[in-house]
Design a protein around this ligand. Structure first.
Ligand SMILES: [Fe+2]
Length: 366
């Protein structure tokens, strides 16, 4: 009668037929949802144990139904009602709270190179991390999932993780990079800064880190955060962190007041124009998606030229840019101060992870 997150996400990634039925109130669903799920507005009726709560739902006879709510209680009632109708129904254990850690992967097609790039997407929060593999070794950028996910993926490709990078000190999710570096024996690279209180290898503007097949170049791009850094792979692929997205730009993070937000916005303006000076065919792979990432195997990313055409804010003057950003600043991510403190201390508080990271992603300004 129940199914866990790992099983459901594997089914979705394998394309196995399953109907996901979301029974949360519409306002909660609007925040974030499981890609491809259907919604039924039956929350109150289910809570009231109305036996006809799901009477109007057309369920398939040839595939199982997974019911979903916020924490896995109301969905249990829904699954019981469907089961009473003879439907193979299961409730998602832990609900959307647990789904926060669900992920899928997409390989980035790269022509004429033995280097492979796999985008690992934490679908609910939209956090995008990367596994760059060549020969027998792999790099990881912006690890946002449990270390085991990256260790297993690397092993399945015959890679050993040797280096782990973060593009910035994250405020919306707990970085798993330090833990991954410890577990894999990899080196930990962070942008040069004085914020974290644990040892790391510092990447400064223009620094490169190279193996025989992979060269990563650090491009310092302050704005989203003071230390934000993009990494350029073999001069062709840009891991842009939370600085530049396919259809939007980063937000100045954690500003104390509007004056600081203005200063950060001005820095971001210069950083974005530094990126725009790269070859227009550069493939930009961001650190976040704005929507829950589908289980479609299609990487989230765009060529620099496409982004330049899409994002009008890249073509306005600095003054207009700064004013527009200050006015459009979205609310700060939930729990961002505590998450930032943990990331600065390099601590992963296992028992609190889902509480701290709850909620949708709010990293971009469009
Ligand atoms: Fe960020």
């Amino acid at each position: 009668m129940t199914i866990d997150v790992e099983t459901l996400r594997t089914w979705l990634e394998e394309g196995r037929p399953v109907m996901v039925l979301d029974v949360r109130p519409a306002a909660e669903r609007a925040e974030w949802a499981i890609p491809g799920s259907l919604h039924v507005n039956a929350y109150d009726a289910l809570r009231a144990r109305d036996p006809a709560a799901l009477a109007g739902v057309d369920v398939p006879s040839d595939q199982p139904v997974v019911t979903v709510c916020a924490a896995g209680k109301t969905s249990q009632i829904a699954a019981e009602q469907l089961a009473a109708r003879g439907v193979e129904a299961m409730s998602l254990l832990g609900g959307m709270k647990a789904w926060s850690l669900a992920w899928n992967a997409a390989e980035v097609p790269i022509r004429g190179s033995s280097v492979r790039v796999i985008q690992v997407r934490r679908t609910g929060k939209g956090c995008l991390s990367y596994l760059i593999g060549a020969g027998e070794e792999a790099f990881v950028i912006d690890a946002s999932l449990d270390s085991q996910v990256y260790l297993d993926l690397a092993r399945s490709h015959g890679w050993q993780i040797t280096s782990v990078f973060d593009t910035h000190i994250h405020a919306d999710h707990l970085s798993r990079s330090r833990q991954l570096a410890e577990r894999s024996g990899a080196m930990l690279f962070l942008p040069e800064q004085q914020r974290v209180s644990f040892p790391f290898m510092a990447m400064r503007d223009g620094d490169t880190y190279a193996t025989p097949q992979v060269m990563l170049t650090a491009l310092r791009t302050p704005g989203h955060t003071p230390e934000s850094t993009c990494y350029l792979l073999n001069n062709t692929i840009l891991f842009s962190g939370d600085t530049l997205f396919p259809t939007s730009i980063g937000r100045p993070d954690l500003h104390a007041n509007s004056q600081e937000a203005r200063a950060r916005s001005a820095l971001l303006y210069h950083s974005l124009h530094k990126l725009l000076a790269l070859p227009s065919v550069t493939l930009v792979l961001p650190g976040h998606a704005s929507q829950p990432v589908p289980f479609d195997g299609v990487p989230v990313g765009a060529r620099l030229v496409e982004i330049d055409e899409q994002v009008g804010l890249l073509r306005v003057t600095q003054a207009v840019f700064v004013e527009t950003l200050v006015q459009r600043l979205p609310p700060t991510p939930p729990n961002y101060e505590r998450i930032t403190r943990f990331n600065e201390a390099g601590i992963l508080p296992d028992h609190e992870v889902t509480e701290l990271e709850a909620g949708a992603n709010r990293c971009a300004i469009s």
